[in-house]
Design a protein. Structure first.
Length: 88
């Protein structure tokens, strides 16, 4: 674990691919909070959600940084370095 993120070069987008968790929408399920993959724009549900699609997306793709899509939240998380970030 690092005290800073070493993956900022992999931040490519701040635009979500959709309005909700892509996998939950496809399966007709619900979520608690949404997270945005900053490499590809995938929208997945948080670890408080039943399906944890944001974390599953990281394990499948190794895209390291996700950002909260919740109103009023401006934090991001690097799964690899296990560090919180403030990204624009």
């Amino acid at each position: 674990m690092s005290d800073q993120c070493t993956h900022l070069n992999l931040v490519k987008t701040s635009e979500p691919n959709g309005e909700g968790c892509e996998e939950c929408l496809a399966m007709g399920d619900t979520w608690v909070h949404l997270r945005l993959c900053r490499t590809c724009g995938h929208v997945g549900c948080c670890d408080s959600s039943r399906n944890k699609h944001a974390t599953k997306h990281f394990h499948a793709t190794r895209h390291p940084i996700m950002t909260s899509l919740e109103r009023g939240e401006d934090w991001s998380w690097c799964f690899v370095d296990e560090v919180g970030l403030l990204l624009k």
